[in-house]
Design a protein around this ligand. Structure first.
Ligand SMILES: [Zn+2]
Length: 314
């Protein structure tokens, strides 16, 4: 149990995934969260604890238990669980469709936060945040290498995962397969900070990304917890961060949830023109990459970064 306690401490980080953001717009009521928060020490958690234990039992049935990932510090990479039907040659990797041609890029719509991709189409922007776990950053990056899936990482530079995985990640950033965005330096609720501290959070992270990865990531940024307001947006815009990127669907894995639930969320939200949020924080997602690719491929979606979709603003 000592090990369990250590892991539980590591997983104590949490993020509230929905703040008035749901499919179809920023002001609709969020969907009811069917999952649970792993909060072994919190008050009033008996129901959560029972759900958690129940989920462990369910996960055992599908042989991909959350219990295992809590005692298994090494994420399995996609390479260790290849898709049976993945082609070994051809224009696409792992059966995924390539991004649209650069000539198809459109102007940013402007006028507030981005929650979906504009128009009708077959695009899916899978965006993953934070980087609490260096193992998960590494596994997601390996997933991209193995399958050709295109991703946007919203980085908090404070986490060592971003320097520890630099050698593996940088070539993918340079090729454009993985795009980086600014998620602030250390993930505060920006609406509680002074203007000066809001600016410092964005600027410090901006400088870290430039220095470490050699890229400027403006105008895209994501407010932690989706918490932003007119003051925050104005400070960000002044710095060139004019496009807050929210989402239309979530894998709900900012806290520790089961693999089964992550796949259920992917099934629900991997839809055309969606922006989906996931997290680089907990291991379960690294065990279901095969299922995520299956959904993307079956629906004939093209994974895209934001730069694949939008023309760079001058
Ligand atoms: Zn975050």
């Amino acid at each position: 149990m000592v090990r369990f306690a250590a892991v539980a401490t590591r997983f104590s980080y949490s993020e509230t995934p929905y703040r008035g953001v749901s499919r179809g717009g920023a002001h609709r009521k969020p969907p009811a969260k069917v999952g649970f928060t792993f909060d072994p020490g919190g008050a009033g958690t008996e129901l959560n604890r029972r759900r958690f234990l129940g989920s462990l039992a369910a996960a055992t049935v599908v042989a991909v238990g959350a219990a295992r990932c809590m005692v298994d510090p090494q994420p399995r990479t996609f390479a260790e669980a290849p898709l049976a039907s993945a082609p070994t040659s051809g224009p696409t990797v792992a059966g995924l469709l390539p991004p649209p041609p650069s000539t198809a890029r459109v102007k940013l719509p402007g006028g507030g936060a981005l929650t979906t991709l504009p128009g009708k189409g077959d695009l899916l922007a899978l965006t993953v945040d934070d980087g609490v776990s260096t193992d998960v950053v590494r596994a997601y990056t390996q997933f991209a290498k193995d399958t050709g899936v295109r991703l946007t990482y919203f980085v908090n530079g404070t986490y060592s995962s971003w320097t520890e995985n630099l050698a593996m990640l940088r070539p993918l950033v340079e090729s454009g397969q993985i795009e980086l965005g600014n998620h602030t330096w250390s993930h505060p609720d920006l609406t509680t900070l002074t203007k000066s501290d809001i600016a410092k959070q964005l600027t410090r992270n901006d400088e870290f990304l430039k220095k470490t990865y050699g890229v400027g990531v403006k105008p895209y940024w994501r407010p932690p917890y989706a918490k932003h307001n007119a003051v925050v947006d104005a400070v960000a815009a002044e710095l060139g961060y004019t496009v807050p990127v929210l989402w239309s669907g979530s894998l709900s894995d900012s806290t520790l949830i089961t693999e089964e639930y992550i796949v259920k969320m992917a099934d629900q939200y991997f839809t055309p023109q969606s922006i989906v949020i996931g997290h680089l924080n907990h291991l379960p997602v690294t065990h279901v990459y095969g299922q995520l690719v299956d959904i993307i491929r079956a629906r004939k979606l093209r994974t895209v970064t934001l730069n694949d979709v939008f023309l760079k603003t001058p």
